[in-house]
Unconditional design. Structure first.
Length: 570
């Protein structure tokens, strides 16, 4: 049984947990991992597949008898946790079990504890990966699905198609690549030791992927960034740095093209997957952000904080509709990010201060908007309301920090841009309202009440707009922004809505399905003073859909401004 005292829960709510709290979370995750492993065994027995796991299970038992800590190191590796979630989900959905991976887990435990063994192991993407130890590429002219792995003095021997590979663990091996880790230089907050995982098939928390080993230059860049981020965090927030060191033990590099800055998983406590970042400050932000997800994942595995009742919410940092637990994850994580940038703004030169002010203002505005949605959510439990209340107090404390009016304006504009695009992408207007509006436009009657549509994720594709990038450039590098050509997006961001308005009208006259131009038109109309964006700003998905229907009936497309003003008049 695991108990979470009010004091420990209060620490988690306040944002920074002490060593005892982190130890309690880690211990509970260890229990959960063992229960998941037991569930795999029982599911195999129920499905009469126990013969496939008996040898591996017995080997794990023997290894744990010899060294429980070594077995724990294997079972708590993030890839094992993700695989366990994957295989149990498989059992619930289809009844099929990917049990062969258990042999790799058992073999790794046996090698770490020095127990003799012989097992058949799977070869995936031409590789055999031993959790927490390393991997070997099986280079064969013919694809191999399985190989025989057995212990030998000093390591193991892998045999496939009658060819044997020496996997020595105590010396350089021509075939076996050991997992590698990095320890930062010691600071006032201590040191951080992380494994850099570039080979585990489940390192990205999704479907199995082949290893992508980093070369020496890439390793050097990652370690330099980690060292610099650790030094930065140790100086600004030593308590946060100690919390990070007590939790995060694995970083999995993602490819820059992945589109993901950072990721965590409920099945991989202590792990982060992330793309390369441009600076130590951004590395520190990602570490702080994903640390919060790790803590909240572990907390949610212990107690019920939020119930997913099917309601989907707009999260100001995501393009997709989010369930309540996902939105709660966001507000908890961004509260810590806001606090990081609040401290960071007091250090460095003017450009660093400008960057910190922008990130503080932007994330604070995102947090404000998300809190307005989550505050009244019915799915919060009593503990969830306590957590949200604590985040609200942290947000209120950050409101005392002032940024320039221009920076605050840019932050609000970024969030408004996101809100409009999100609505077009994910909201389906009420069909009866759409039909009534089409009929009303045909006779220039009064438009109907807009009503509220239904959330339908990714209902409509929304093209990429340059405005968010331009807003960031205006905040972070005003001289570079001023040098840009004056297209509509630049004009709008620069504070020339009338010029922007003309550009968007021209764009929509050419392509009435340019959703980015519709968003820009609404923002320019609202900013121009002489007009209001009206319905185009409050319910852009309705205006866009009615315009599409009217055009489909034939005839000349309605002029964009006239059409938007007609809706606004209603």
């Amino acid at each position: 049984m695991h108990r979470l005292s009010p004091e420990l829960f209060g620490q988690l709510c306040s944002g920074t947990a002490g060593t005892a709290t982190m130890r309690a979370l880690a211990t509970s995750e260890w229990s959960r991992r063992r229960l998941q492993l037991r569930a795999v065994l029982e599911t195999a027995v129920d499905q009469r597949s126990s013969a496939a796991v008996d040898a591996a299970w017995r080997l794990l038992e023997r290894a744990e008898t010899r060294s429980a800590e070594e077995v724990r190191a294997v079972l708590m590796s993030p890839g094992v946790g993700v695989w366990l979630r994957h295989v149990l989900h498989q059992a619930q959905q289809s009844g099929d079990l990917d049990l062969e991976h258990l042999n790799l887990v058992a073999a790794a435990a046996a090698l770490r504890t020095g127990i003799p063994f012989a097992l058949t192991v799977p070869v995936s993407h031409g590789c055999v990966v031993l959790p927490s130890l390393g991997w070997v590429r099986v280079r064969m002219s013919f694809p191999v699905a399985r190989a025989e792995l057995r212990s030998v003095p000093g390591g193991a021997e892998l045999t496939a198609l009658r060819r044997s590979l020496d996997l020595r663990l105590d010396a350089d091996s021509p075939h076996f690549t050991r997992s590698w880790s990095h320890t930062t230089p010691r600071s006032a907050a201590g040191e951080l030791t992380v494994a850099i995982d570039d080979h585990d098939p489940y390192r990205e928390f999704g479907d199995p992927r082949p290893p992508r080993p980093l070369d020496e230059d890439e390793r050097g860049e990652w370690t330099k960034l980690i060292d610099a981020a650790w030094a930065e965090l140790s100086e600004l927030q030593p308590e946060r740095a100690r919390e990070l060191a007590a939790c995060i033990g694995t970083i999995s590099p993602l490819e820059p093209e992945s589109g993901t800055i950072g990721a965590s998983s409920r099945g991989a406590f202590g792990a982060i997957a992330m793309s390369p970042v441009a600076s130590p400050e951004m590395m520190a932000e990602v570490l702080v952000h994903e640390l919060q997800h790790n803590k909240l994942n572990a907390l949610m595995n212990l107690v019920e904080i939020a119930v997913d009742d099917g309601t989907r919410y707009l999260a100001p940092w995501r393009a997709d509709p989010r369930p309540l637990p996902g939105l709660l994850h966001g507000v908890y994580s961004f509260a810590a990010v806001v606090e990081f940038w609040e401290l960071r703004r007091n250090t460095g030169e003017e450009s660093a201060r400008r960057q910190a002010d922008f990130h503080l203002a932007h994330h604070r505005e995102q947090l404000r908007r998300a809190m307005a949605s989550i505050d009244s959510a019915a799915g919060l439990t009593a503990l969830g309301r306590g957590l949200v209340g604590a985040v609200a107090r942290r947000l209120a404390a950050s409101e005392e920090v002032e940024v320039s009016p221009e920076t605050a304006e840019i932050a609000a504009a970024l969030c408004e841009e996101h809100r409009l695009a999100w609505r077009i992408r994910n909201l389906a207007p009420d069909e009866s309202v759409v039909r009534a509006a089409v009929d009303a436009w045909s006779c220039r009657g009064t438009p109907p009440d807009v009503g509220e549509g239904a959330v339908v994720a990714d209902r409509r594709r929304v093209g990429t707009s340059a405005r968010p990038r331009l807003l960031r450039l205006r905040a972070l590098d005003p001289p570079a922004f001023d040098r840009l050509a004056q297209d509509p997006d630049v004009a709008l961001v620069a504070g020339s809505p009338e010029r922007a308005l003309r550009g968007y009208v021209e764009a929509l006259a050419i392509d009435g399905g340019d959703h980015g131009a519709w968003v820009g038109l609404g923002l320019a109309m609202r900013a121009s003073g002489a007009r209001t964006g009206g319905t185009l700003v409050s319910h852009p998905e309705l205006v866009v859909e009615v315009h599409r229907r009217v055009v489909a009936l034939g005839g000349a497309p309605p002029p964009a401004v006239e059409f938007a003003e007609w809706f606004a008049a209603g």
